[in-house]
Write a protein that binds this ligand. Structure first.
Ligand SMILES: [Zn+2]
Length: 467
């Protein structure tokens, strides 16, 4: 080695060491809160979470924290955007690609494929909409921490291929519930029961029934990210609790599926669900059930996870057991026998601790991120394809087949009457008596990302002449 090169090498080695040290100086939850996320008898409140998030934002170049609005009680809502440092520099471009593919307007298939190749998968993960379901908020803290601190090859691949939008969606509820639980000095007396008021100021549990209306400050902020700003291809909403005798319900959902969705929204949902179940089996985590394992479906249309279906996004729901106060898993014969919907049943004779539920949630998140990473180009192209399908359907007559229509129609032609056609658009007359309410309606649509245009002229054509 020449004398000139040796100091240079030492300098490079020092730089490398500095880079490694910068990455390892991520504050752990235990250093921040005094306990690990998922330890028995402890919860973090929203103020503590927000302080930690701001610290991680300063420490990690994989994280960008943005304010997306205020809660009903005026707490700031944050979007924690996690991706590789290289991707962080081009967030505006990736957001633009995500929007263009989701809208699908003015693109050829070739252009869409080129954009899908350049773009990154966008995955939204949230927690805490139902604040007493404390696993949702706490898995999100652990998820953000692991994604900004882990250095294994799989995590680095996720960060390269995927932009992860983490959001704690009910700040007021988390503050209320965590403070209520932690107010008892004696851990054994701590409880999530008896909270004296609603954990969303106006809607309580129905804060997850407002996504078609955007009437709440929280919903307004979330819908803007989902349907007007980032257009994630996958939206994952964590809930509790799991079905008795199991640990978690995870997609696929039961039949009948929602006839009004693009069929690809269902087939992709089933793919992601299958990837989740496989990962649980591979990691030796039993007790995850699907379809007939619970009553969840793709029908309720106003929720955080279901409204996205109408935007051709893959909406995921999990319902998971677990509490900071350890619980027992009951023996339920129906959940004890292996079957397609419960491939790997759990032995119920065990004390179940909160940390186990956190680890199941991380497994589920990583299954979704692995799917998004390995199928990045496909899911970007497929959301374009579903959008194009929708534009094509709006350019001709279509009919949605439902059980009720099938009961009354005796022939195919009876199903396909002009009056039974799907709407291609809706007209909101400006000369109606209560135009103020009509305006509120139009604004709710706009907040949901629906295009509302003002007509300059109106020409009515008799429906039978349109065929
Ligand atoms: Zn819930």
């Amino acid at each position: 080695m020449s004398r000139a090169i040796r100091p240079l090498l030492i300098f490079v080695a020092l730089l490398w060491l500095a880079a490694v040290q910068a990455q390892t100086k991520i504050t752990t939850p235990k250093e921040q809160f005094g306990f690990n996320i998922g330890d028995d008898y402890v919860l973090v409140n929203y103020t503590q979470y927000a302080d930690y998030l701001k610290k991680l934002d300063r420490e990690s170049d994989r994280l960008t924290v943005q304010e997306i609005g205020k809660s009903s009680e005026d707490r700031t809502m944050y979007l924690a955007i996690v991706t590789s440092p290289e991707n962080q520099k081009k967030l505006a471009r990736y957001k633009e690609i995500s929007e263009r593919l989701a809208h699908a307007e003015g693109l050829t298939d070739d252009q869409a494929r080129t954009l899908a190749d350049e773009g990154k998968a966008v995955v939204w993960i949230n927690g805490g909409i139902h604040a007493t379901e404390v696993l949702g908020s706490h898995q999100l803290i652990e998820n953000i921490y692991q994604l900004v601190s882990r250095t294994d090859a799989e995590t680095l691949r996720f960060l390269n291929d995927v932009i992860i939008l983490n959001c704690l969606v009910n700040p007021d509820g988390m503050e209320l519930v965590s403070n209520w639980y932690m107010k008892e000095r004696d851990p054994l007396r701590r409880t999530l029961n008896g909270i004296p008021r609603l954990y969303n100021k106006y809607a309580g549990h129905d804060d997850n029934r407002d996504f078609y209306m955007s009437a709440l400050a929280e919903t307004d902020a979330i819908n803007r990210v989902l349907f007007r700003d980032w257009f994630p291809q996958i939206v994952y909403d964590h809930h509790q609790t799991g079905p008795a005798g199991a640990v978690m319900f995870s997609p696929p959902f039961r039949d009948p599926f929602n006839y009004f969705l693009d069929p690809m929204a269902i087939t992709l949902l089933d793919e992601v669900g299958a990837a989740m179940h496989s990962r649980f089996v591979v990691e030796g985590k039993p007790g995850v059930t699907s379809r007939s394992g619970a009553n969840y479906s793709t029908w309720w249309n106003g929720g955080l996870r279901t409204s996205p279906y109408f935007h051709n996004q893959i909406g995921l729901l999990t319902e998971t057991i677990g509490s900071p106060t350890p619980i027992d898993i009951p023996f339920v014969p129906d959940k004890a026998l292996p079957k397609t919907d419960t491939p790997f049943p759990i032995d119920p004779q065990q004390k179940w601790r909160f940390r186990q539920s956190i680890e199941y949630s991380i497994t589920a998140n990583r299954a979704v991120l692995d799917y998004a990473s390995r199928n990045k180009d496909r899911i970007l192209f497929d959301i374009y394809r579903m959008g194009r399908n929708s534009i094509e359907r709006g350019s001709r007559d279509t009919w949605t087949v439902t059980p009720r229509r099938l009961r009354t129609a005796k022939t195919r032609d009876e199903l396909r009457t002009p009056a039974a056609r799907d709407a291609r658009g809706y007209v909101i007359p400006a000369d109606q008596p209560d135009f103020l309410t009509a305006t509120k309606f139009a604004n709710a649509l706009i907040k949901n990302g629906v295009t509302v245009l003002r007509a300059t002229t109106v020409r009515f054509i008799r429906p039978d002449r349109m065929l």
